[in-house]
Design a protein around this ligand. Structure first.
Ligand code: HGY
Ligand code: MN
Ligand code: MN
Length: 412
């Protein structure tokens, strides 16, 4: 089996961390200067790894092995949340580069084809899984009109960073046989159980809805309470009622979160005439997601019936359905984990969403997790041990070898 170079992997991760570094975390949102600088650096790294590398028309960085297929695609995303951790996405990208290098450096595996990717906008700064949706041909024109919090659309951002007209890389079913996405768990389960590796069974579905409240802006002192149409008061009342309703329809692992709540104009002496929030919810079952979405709408309808504030609900992002990982690929990851960390691995679901959900509609996919310290992610303090980072990469490298070997044997 090709042995990965742990020191080289960690050095690359710390270099990638430097693009948008902020304390112990990273601020590298899609199409920002740090994001594009990181993508250019990744292009160079992929080239050094012997791959033919380019940034495509939506910002994906794709390194294509010069070996003929069958080819494995390995990777993740290189963009981050506004308050991102240094490993979320980045680790899978650097695993891909290290594995491509290690297989190429070992004469016994130098003939194998591993393509490496860093997807664009996994974190939804602009739209839903921009890079992986584009790669599989599911990017719609309306998604190109989705915008970030500042109102810049995907199309405008692509123009701004100079990618307009650049070809978009696409899945090649005549070459690509599987996609592996290594990732940190972003939750507490592996650490709580004292385990080193998670082999992902399935990934939750996710939906988000924007709820808007329109009342009347007025003076916070001279307007009698009984005559107010307070959009802010309506938002808070809605949020409390909604949590109760969601708890009634939720499944055992359902989660929900209120984000981007705003009172407008927001001064303490002004009754807010407008308020808005985004409610995001996730569950492994479409039926439960449907029930949760119905609750979001029902609470708004009841509030409209009572008045005095008008409440509207619209989808914030395209929903993403739950996705199962490929059993055969999982078997390769499980066998490699059992070899490297016997009895210290487990099959587990993913409560975070990933590009593998999008790819899995077109190509067999699998994911490997390593533990997150304290189960923390989407926070500057996100971290994992160096041992777990390096071990995870070796397990994925071993599985990559066995998957491609099996493919070549089956082709004959
Ligand atoms: O939110 C998520 O699950 C992912 O980290 N973007
Ligand atoms: Mn991620
Ligand atoms: Mn994330």
């Amino acid at each position: 089996m090709a042995e990965i170079d742990g020191k080289r992997l960690l050095a690359g991760l710390h270099k990638l961390r430097s693009f948008g570094a902020s304390g112990s975390g990273v601020v590298r949102q899609t199409f920002s200067d740090p994001d594009m600088a990181a993508r250019r650096w990744l292009c160079d790294e992929l080239t050094l790894a012997g791959l033919v590398a380019s940034i495509d028309g939506v910002g994906n960085v794709v390194g294509r092995s010069q070996n003929p297929g069958p080819a494995l695609i390995i990777g993740s995303h290189s963009d981050t949340q506004p308050n991102g951790g240094w490993l979320d996405g980045a680790m899978g990208v650097m695993y891909a580069i290290e594995i491509a290098r290690a297989l190429r450096e070992d004469p016994a595996t130098a003939h194998l084809a591993v393509d490496a990717v860093a997807w664009s906008d996994e974190e939804g700064t602009y739209t839903t899984f921009l890079g992986s949706n584009s790669f599989v041909g599911d990017l719609t024109d309306s998604m190109l009109q989705d915008a970030n919090a500042e109102g810049e659309t995907v199309a405008e951002a692509i123009e701004r960073v100079g990618l307009t007209g650049t070809p978009r890389q696409r899945l090649d079913l005549g070459r690509h046989v599987a996609y592996l996405e290594p990732h940190i768990e972003q939750g507490p389960h592996l650490e709580d159980a004292g385990l080193r590796v998670g082999v992902v069974t399935s990934i939750v579905g996710i939906r988000s809805m924007r709820v808007t409240f329109v009342g009347e802006q007025n003076h916070a002192g001279s307007t009698p309470m009984a005559r107010r149409k307070d959009a802010g008061a309506a938002l808070f009342a809605y949020a409390v009622t909604l949590r109760e309703r969601l708890a009634e329809v939720a499944g055992p692992v359902s989660v929900w979160n209120i984000g981007n709540a705003r009172l407008l104009p927001g001064g303490e002496s002004i009754i807010p005439g407008r308020a808005e929030m985004v409610i995001q919810f996730r569950d492994p079952s479409e039926r439960v997601l449907d029930a949760m979405e119905a609750a979001v709408v029902a609470v708004a309808t009841a509030m409209n019936d009572d008045g005095p504030v008008e409440v509207t609900v619209v989808p914030q992002r395209q929903p993403v359905a739950p996705a199962d990982m490929d059993p055969e690929l999982r078997g390769h990851l499980a066998a490699a984990a059992e070899q490297r960390v016997p009895a210290e691995w487990v099959d587990m679901p993913s409560a975070a969403v990933h590009d593998a959900m999008v790819i899995s509609h077109h190509l067999p996919c699998a994911m490997l997790f390593i533990p997150s310290i304290g189960g923390v992610s989407h926070d500057f303090s996100e971290d994992s041990t160096e041992l777990d980072i390096v071990t995870g990469c070796q397990v994925v490298a071993d599985a990559s070898f066995s998957i491609l070997n099996e493919q070549r044997l089956s082709i004959g």
